[in-house]
Design a protein around this ligand. Sequence first.
Ligand SMILES: NC(=O)c1ccc[n+]([C@@H]2O[C@H](COP(=O)([O-])OP(=O)(O)OC[C@H]3O[C@@H](n4cnc5c(N)ncnc54)[C@H](OP(=O)(O)O)[C@@H]3O)[C@@H](O)[C@H]2O)c1
Length: 292
Amino acid sequence: MKMLIFGGSGRTGQVMKRAAAAAGWEVCAPAHAECDLLRAEEVSRCVLESGAAAVVNCAAISGLEACLDDALSAHLVNAVAPAAMALACRHTGARFVHLSTDYVLEGHRPGLKDESTHCKPANVYGSSKREGELQVAEALRESLVLRVSWVCGNPDKPAFTESILSKALAGAPLDAIADKYSMPTDAEDIARAVLELLPLSVSGVLHLCSGGEPLSWHDCAVIVLQHAAALGALPCVPDVQRKLLSQATFFREVRPRHTAMNNARLTSLGVLMPSATQALQRITERYLRAAK
Ligand SMILES: NC(=O)c1ccc[n+]([C@@H]2O[C@H](COP(=O)([O-])OP(=O)(O)OC[C@H]3O[C@@H](n4cnc5c(N)ncnc54)[C@H](OP(=O)(O)O)[C@@H]3O)[C@@H](O)[C@H]2O)c1
């Protein structure tokens, strides 16, 4: 059976492509140049002509500053294009899975958020993604909208976790923001969960993330560095200077502070996720293997 994957060159999309192919899917993943998500009619044509039984959208303009600088493109790629995919899937009968984000949540209150939590995005990226969620649901009620967070674990597309490991291995000074919280999630767990969810008759919004308590970037850094040291890749656990979000002057867009999600609905469906600590430890091992 054929799976059409949008965003196959991205951090999550690369891993999704590999996992789907390994699970026996015939994967088709048009490159940006072959199907520009700024053009909804190209997106519709691509789905309608694909013959795909499943369409998975891993594409987005995911940079917060990129969305701030070009809100129209963010709206077209993050909201209009997914709606066109969903509508086309309504015609073809394909299963549609769309990735969204914890940044649709307001993020003022500490603690874990479930799917019933009120959405109030704090930035252009979050607003475009929330619009995408709503438009997808309206175009195809049977769509599955999976909110993911702090995607890491693809050594070819380093995230915060891989960057801190790389700096630590190079002996560089380390710092990390200690007052912003979410749930780091391994791209490999996301891809596995998508494959497990495809045959289930579940629709609507699901929080797809690791389990456990909210972690800051500083917490994540300490976990990966402790594990790297325990594995002998570092002589000791290096010190990581704690920074405040307000000190990150290179961020021009607002970041929500407390968006860690609760994955109880996902796990109640039998899709099990590791704890964030277990995920970070696995990611560390994968990064160290790839760095050899
Ligand atoms: N990364 C995270 O921590 C994170 C956190 C929460 C939610 N998410 C969500 O998870 C999903 C995957 O994120 P990611 O980090 O894996 O994404 P990513 O690495 O930024 O990749 C984005 C993908 O979208 C494609 N794309 C962007 N604009 C396009 C356009 N106009 N036409 C065609 N393709 C286009 C990119 O292709 P090119 O590179 O070729 O342009 C790339 O393949 C997204 O829905 C994102 O919102 C991510």
